[in-house]
Write a new protein. Structure first.
Length: 270
């Protein structure tokens, strides 16, 4: 019975994290809520590494055509200086620039954030902030396409991603809010946000490999880990597809209202 409980726990938590990862409500914050409410404690960082890796794979699958085009055209511009490929080459540069703030600040502040900000109250307050930000930009309809982005846009969205290091601040929410505030079309903001997720997530995976290798629970929890990985992968895929549809219809208000309801409730009852 205990083994069955462990399997169900990892299956549900993997699906829960996977579903909340792409949408602007903070997956890490909601995972913290779930663990607090149900009295569940995750033994180590391997679970987080695996489910985040699964979400990354889902993003790679959905944006595979964009990635293939960017890599192909980026290489073409580097080797031939073909002006037709210049837009995609610049987009790659802006992705690199946008990755730097979160990468640098994550390395410098990770321990401090875990020590001082990893608590339910911070997550709840951050959710309220996320909800307000989403509400403020809910009706924006920008005009900037991929080729219209600037270095300033990349830096601002990059620093917004760095703000999401604070527990409860949604990474996708922060970057999409910043991108739309900079005048990007919703489709462009969404694409830039999730392509920006790829290098950050890959970096986190590389830094966490030692945790996986040295995990004393790896042998005993191998099957639960696998279940969590695949449940997160499937949930992330369908959640992102749903979120893309919500963005296309201009219904960000859904997430703003959700965050503005859940944040205060958590402050009151948890």
């Amino acid at each position: 019975m205990e083994k069955l409980y462990v399997l169900i726990k990892y299956l549900l938590l993997g699906a829960f994290q996977g579903f909340t990862e792409p949408i602007p409500i903070s997956s890490s914050g909601h995972l913290q809520f779930a663990q607090h409410i149900f009295g569940i404690t995750m033994e180590n960082f391997t679970f987080e590494l695996l489910v985040n890796s699964a979400s990354l794979i889902a993003v790679l699958i959905i944006y595979r055509q964009d990635l293939i085009r960017l890599i192909s055209n980026g290489w073409e511009y580097l080797t031939t200086k073909n002006e037709h490929a210049k837009t995609d080459f610049r987009f790659i540069i802006y992705l690199i620039v946008g990755t730097i703030p979160a990468g640098v600040l994550g390395i410098l502040l990770d321990d401090w954030i875990k020590e001082h900000l990893s608590n339910i109250r911070t997550v709840a307050m951050s959710l309220i902030i996320t909800g307000i930000a989403l509400y403020l930009i809910r009706n924006l309809r920008g005009r900037k396409n991929d080729g219209d982005l600037t270095l300033k846009d990349a830096l601002i969205v990059g620093f917004a991603q760095a703000v999401a290091l604070i527990p409860g601040i949604s990474r996708s929410g922060a970057t999409i809010v910043a991108a739309m505030a900079r005048g990007m079309k919703q489709e462009t903001a969404l694409r830039y946000s999730f392509l920006l997720y790829i290098p950050v997530s890959l970096g986190g995976m590389v830094l966490s490999i030692s945790d996986l290798v040295n995990d004393p629970h790896l042998h005993d929890l191998f099957v639960p880990y696998v279940l969590a990985f695949f449940s997160s992968l499937v949930a992330s895929y369908f959640s992102l597809k749903w979120f893309m549809n919500v963005m296309a219809k201009g219904n960000l208000i859904i997430f703003a209202v959700y965050c503005l309801i859940v944040g205060p409730l958590v402050l009151l009852f948890l």
